[in-house]
Design a protein around this ligand. Structure first.
Ligand SMILES: O=c1ccn([C@@H]2O[C@H](COP(=O)(O)OP(=O)(O)O[C@H]3O[C@H](CO)[C@@H](O)[C@H](O)[C@H]3O)[C@@H](O)[C@H]2O)c(=O)[nH]1
Length: 330
């Protein structure tokens, strides 16, 4: 197999690319390098600079590299931005995906891994402590989540139409870094947001402590990006197995809930900065709790997350310090 990895120079994409290449898979990366960073990838990995949404580019890469499988990560992924620019999210995350699927099917690709999100579930009604499973109804609460759900439908339908075996991976909250230079450079999620506040000498913020959770703060399922990368490798290997057929949609999480308060305390320990957090009002749109069961991924892919949350925070901090040497010194 040769795997085309779209968005393979991005934060998650570079982890996936390195994990797959490191395990001996043949890969080629297609990335428009707007948020992707080429130097995240070793020189020996072919990187084509271009859009995964452009049919001519995709057809050319598939022919030149004899691509037989696709791991599609290139997408817009910011919830707030999706609320402001829904047309762009639908155009690229759904319309672009349709073009990509048709183009790669015409090129003979019969294996497809799609990067989906726990955002497809929205704010599900769960009993206390109940985990989100793939049987939990999908009801996204923002355009980003909608495009991921529509994307899954499209991937499964295209799979049926073209005899393409597919896997959709629903990521929970991704963080950490396998190497400091691979860390997320965006400040869009809670861990980098807390680092950023501390770096400015400001108190970390906790958005709401009156949720119906054990300590009143929101609970999430934080998954180390290196574990997530291994889930892609497991999905690719399942698809590469002889006779692979049909579609599979699985949660990729840890089954372990961590509250914002616990996370902020852990960050204080890891960074050595004990600045107490400020409790602010709830952030609109936040679900009280989102923790995923990955029992199906374990059963179907033989994959399970292994890295502890402390290692995830510590690795994110090492990446932050690499880019902010004053934080390391402090
Ligand atoms: O300074 C901060 C930043 C965040 N939070 C809270 O931390 C939790 C996690 O927030 P964040 O890191 O922004 O992630 P989510 O809102 O849970 O969404 C992430 O996880 C989803 C999957 O679970 C993905 O779909 C989204 O793209 C991704 O941003 C939430 O309860 C926030 O209210 C704070 O209390 N203080």
């Amino acid at each position: 197999m040769t795997w085309l990895i779209t968005g393979g120079a991005g934060y998650i994409g570079a982890h996936v690319t390195r994990a797959m290449a490191g395990a001996g898979e043949r890969v080629v990366v297609l990335d428009n390098v707007t948020s992707g960073v080429p130097k995240r990838l070793p020189d020996r990995i072919p990187l084509v600079r271009g859009s995964a949404l452009d049919a001519d580019t995709v057809a050319r890469v598939c022919a030149e590299h004899r691509v037989t499988g696709v791991v599609h990560l290139a997408a817009h992924k910011q919830v707030a931005e999706s609320v402001e620019q829904p047309e762009r999210y639908y155009r690229d995350n759904v319309g672009g995906l349709a073009t990509l699927l048709r183009t790669v099917a015409e090129a003979g690709v019969r294996r497809f891994v799609f990067s989906s999100s726990a955002a497809v579930y929205g704010d599900p009604e769960l009993r206390p402590g109940e985990l989100i499973t793939e049987a939990t109804p999908c009801a996204p609460v923002n355009p980003y989540g909608e495009t991921k759900l529509a994307g899954e439908w499209l991937v499964r339908a295209a799979g049926r139409a073209h005899g393409m075996a597919t896997v959709c991976l629903r990521y929970f909250n991704v963080a950490g870094a396998a190497e400091p230079e691979l860390a997320d450079i965006g400040v869009f999620n809670v861990i980098p947001m807390v680092f950023d506040r501390l770096a400015r000498g400001e108190a970390p913020r906790i958005f709401g402590d009156d949720y119906p959770t054990p300590d009143g703060t929101c609970v999430r399922d934080y998954i180390h990006v290196a574990d997530l990368a291994e889930a892609h490798l497991a999905a690719a290997r399942r698809l590469a197995a002889p006779g692979a057929a049909g579609d599979l949609t699985v949660n990729i999480g840890t089954g372990r809930g961590v509250s914002v308060r616990e996370l902020v305390d852990l960050i204080a320990e890891v960074t050595g900065d004990p600045t107490p957090a400020l409790v602010e009002p709830r952030r609109p749109g936040d679900a009280p709790s989102a923790v995923g069961s990955s029992a199906l991924a374990e059963k179907e892919l033989g994959w399970t997350a292994t890295r502890p949350v402390r290692e995830m925070v510590a690795s994110a901090w090492r990446g932050w310090c690499l880019r902010h040497p004053r934080a390391a010194a402090g």
